[in-house]
Design a protein around this ligand. Structure first.
Ligand code: NG1
Ligand code: MG
Length: 532
């Protein structure tokens, strides 16, 4: 693909020479927040930070639960972020990782020392039953140690002092976890002078790997959105044949619209419920890929954990990333349109609608039981009486198609506005089309992927009644936030209406309400600011 993908670009390092954040220079509130963090770091550690690592949260506009099937998604970074002020520590390395939180309600503590074994492998256990914000920092630290300090004779890593502050709501579907992992990975790279050693794409891959250390077998959407984003554009991120990203500007005229994020106030604890929700979906889509491949006559090795995107590629004879971005997308779109009826035929038949028992699923895979268990179940804990291969695969392929339609509709509307030809009608109908795709996506998440919740269904339907052109859950679901496309002129009235009709908002103060429902525009991606 074209070489402009942010994945191939170096990590953003900003030199600040006293004028520390060019993007936020005009923004007094952000400036004050940065200054306070630097000051507080000085008070707590008795020295100045050398860097501030910044990583934003993200909102996914469309493309849910398809990143781990390697299909493209369309998120945008939000302006809310995690900041980590950091400096290398003078103490001996073994006892030198201290991470404190600016916000007094979080625990203060030093991170258990990591130990390097004789073979160079690092040991840094994370207790998955007692996860807290520091677990994510540990996971990031472990990744940096493993990738850059695995040689026993090589240099010793530096210890570090961290002071963390964040404005991304926790457990709310805006990916505070990825923001924390990206920011702390960047901070460890910065104190160890490794920022120039990897590209943005490699950083995303490292952060994906780091996040799996905390226990979720996630795709790369959140880390990609946090790292690759640029302000005023959403991002198309695809994962096959390799990580790739390109900006998707959002149509902004006739009528100007914004995205409003609204939190259901029902926190989804993805890690606690992983075996019946997130990780189960990962397994269901993987098994669906094998069964579908079998029905299509696509070859898959017995031990191969092939993903739905790869089955499609093999079936249509796609080799890799030949041709321009548009040619590849056209090929993918045609492939999706062709495979959806096959999903009905192969997975929707016999017991497809009710789901398969474990025994039926093993039989449909064509593998013997022990190979099946080894490939699909040995690395993950899942629990289900019936495995929904048909519903999950149908969601994945139709959602992947909606992502392409959403992208195309945005790009075309922006182009038409530039040419000012059939404006403003074209742009207005584009906004309605984007809204329609968001509504369809929500419906599919609810009915086929079973990742919505009563609160998400209620809030998205109230949002539509209050004037949203479209509304859908965003992120993993089962709680957390929804995102609505709202004409800019109506935002205040929209928020006021939701406050009146969504019961959990009725008792909130103005300040509390601002934290749970707010308009957002695409923000810039992660980077490190040199504050020496
Ligand atoms: P959130 O909402 O941040 O938990 C998760 C995954 C994504 C993606 C979405 C569903 C992580 C870090 N992220 O997002 O990769 O699969 O669910 O589209 O687990
Ligand atoms: Mg997360």
């Amino acid at each position: 693909m074209s070489s402009v993908s942010p994945a191939d670009q170096p990590i953003r390092v900003h030199s600040t020479s006293g004028d520390f954040h060019p993007e936020f220079k005009e923004n007094v509130q952000q400036g004050a927040r940065w200054n306070q963090l630097i000051e507080e770091f000085g008070k707590r550690f008795g020295k100045s930070p050398t860097h501030i690592a910044r990583a934003p949260g993200r909102v996914n506009l469309i493309g849910e639960h398809i990143d781990y099937c390697l299909f493209g998604v369309l998120p945008a970074a939000v302006e809310r972020d995690i900041l980590i002020a950091c400096a290398p520590s003078e103490d001996p390395f073994e006892s030198a990782i201290t991470a404190q939180n600016f916000d007094g309600k979080y625990s203060v503590g030093s991170i258990d020392p990591a130990r390097r074994q004789k073979d160079g492998e690092w040991i840094l256990p994370i207790d998955k039953t007692k996860l807290d914000w520091q677990s994510y920092i540990k996971a990031a630290y472990h990744g940096v140690l493993s990738h850059f300090f695995s040689s026993v004779d090589g240099p010793t890593p530096k210890g570090a002092n961290f002071l963390v502050t964040g404005s991304v709501p926790l457990g709310g579907g805006l990916s505070s976890s990825a923001a924390l992992v990206v920011a702390s990975t960047l901070a460890f790279l910065a104190v160890n002078d490794k920022l120039a050693a990897i590209s943005q794409g490699q950083l995303v891959e490292l952060c994906m790997e780091n996040e799996t250390r905390v226990g979720v077998n996630s795709g790369g959407m959140d880390q990609g959105a946090s790292v690759f984003s640029s302000s005023s554009s959403a991002l198309y991120i695809s994962f096959w044949p390799k990580l790739y990203a390109s900006p998707v500007p959002l149509p902004q005229t006739a009528p100007p619209t914004v995205y409003v994020i609204a939190n259901t106030l029902k926190t989804a604890n993805k890690l606690e419920t992983a075996k019946i929700h997130y990780n189960l979906r990962v397994v269901e889509t993987l098994v669906a890929a094998r069964v579908l491949a079998r029905g299509l006559g696509v070859e898959v090795g017995p031990k191969e954990k092939v993903r739905l995107r790869e089955v499609l590629a093999r079936w249509i004879g796609e080799k890799g990333d030949e041709g321009s971005e548009e040619e590849q997308i056209a090929r993918l779109k045609a492939g999706l349109e062709k495979i959806i009826p096959e999903v009905e035929r192969i997975l929707g038949a016999e017991n497809g609608q009710r789901g398969l028992t474990y025994e039926e699923m093993v039989e449909a895979s064509g593998l013997d039981k022990s190979t099946f268990d080894e490939v699909y179940l040995s690395w993950v804990e899942v629990e289900a009486s019936h495995f929904q291969l048909y519903k999950r695969a149908k969601h994945v392929f139709t959602e992947a198609l909606r992502v392409l339609q959403f992208r195309q509709c945005s790009l075309q509307a922006v182009q038409q506005v530039k040419e000012t030809v059939p404006m403003p009608t074209a742009s207005e109908s584009a906004q309605h089309e984007l809204g329609r795709l968001m509504n369809e996506s929500h419906e599919s998440c609810d009915r086929l992927f079973d990742c919505s919740s009563p609160e998400l269904n209620q809030l998205t339907s109230l949002a539509r009644e209050a004037g949203a052109l479209g509304s859908r859950l965003t992120g993993a679901g089962w709680g957390g936030c929804c995102v609505s496309l709202v004409p800019e002129a109506q935002v205040a009235a929209f928020i006021e209406q939701i406050r009146k009709v969504y019961p959990p908002y009725q008792s909130l103060s103005k300040e509390e309400l601002d934290q749970v429902i707010f308009a957002t525009k695409p923000g810039s991606g992660a980077g490190v600011y040199d504050v020496t």
